[in-house]
Design a protein around this ligand. Structure first.
Ligand code: CA
Length: 245
């Protein structure tokens, strides 16, 4: 595989030991690293310099990571990976809604961070707007509204979070485990059907009454949101009727 290009990274983290450890590791990997230890400095650096990826802690003195992210997203799309605490599920959802590209739960391994950074760097700067569109499904991430054509679809907070996770990764098959982690902060337990139930509810609202279908079940693998070419002769897709993949 082609070696990843040199990355310029900003780390915004107030825990000095963590920041130094990350900075040292990334520098050893050939990255150029800038550091900020509070939200004010972090925002200043993020807005005034060009980085390939920004590592942004949520809990910061000065202003928190969400405020930094909002200020950044108002003007540019530098990829951001947020660092969140294990017991702060809502932070993860909020971060994804507000334009974070990925998150890591503390404590995490350096190699995991490195892999995520490389993935974000390869993906490059996203042009993602706050509105997403898949066929006639429109999602407004800021207003947290969803429409099919002109029909407004009422969703609960969790349903919207699930929709946002799927839509942000459209075309990517997400396992039940991944969805459970991203939306519920659950370690996947095969005895629970919470993901299937939620997918069914979401599908009943955003997909079942409408066409074309955009939420697909991939048996044995998970779920994917994407627009597929309609097979000649119309809808013949095995949708799974909300059942387990
Ligand atoms: Ca912190």
């Amino acid at each position: 595989m082609e070696r990843d290009k040199h990355m310029k990274i900003l780390i915004v983290e107030d825990e000095l030991r963590t920041a130094d450890y990350l900075s040292k590791g990334l520098t050893e990997q050939g990255c150029t690293v800038d550091m900020a230890h509070n939200g004010i400095d972090g925002q200043h650096l993020a807005l005034t310099h060009e980085y390939d990826v920004i590592v942004l802690d949520v809990m910061l003195p000065g202003q928190d990571g969400f405020a930094v992210l909002r200020a950044l997203r108002a003007v540019k799309e530098t990829p951001v990976i947020m660092l969140t605490a294990r017991d702060r599920v809502e932070d993860r959802i909020k971060g994804l809604h507000e334009g974070a590209d990925d998150y890591l739960i503390k404590p995490f391994s350096f190699l995991e961070l490195l892999a995520r950074l490389q993935a974000l760097n390869r993906r490059g700067r996203k042009q993602e707007p706050v509105q997403m569109r898949i066929a006639n499904l429109q999602i407004d991430l800021l207003a947290r509204k969803a429409f099919r054509g002109t029909t407004r679809i009422d969703l609960t907070a969790k349903e919207f979070a699930l929709l946002a996770v799927l839509a942000r990764r459209q075309g990517e098959i997400l396992s039940k485990t991944a969805i459970a982690e991203l939306v519920w902060d659950m370690n996947f337990d095969s005895n629970t059907n919470v993901v299937e139930v939620a997918i069914k509810r979401l599908r009943d609202k955003i997909d079942a009454p409408f066409s074309p279908k955009v939420l697909h079940t991939i048996r044995g693998m998970g779920y994917v949101m994407e627009l597929r070419d309609a097979p000649a002769g119309g809808e013949s897709e095995a949708q799974g009727e909300g059942g387990a993949p």
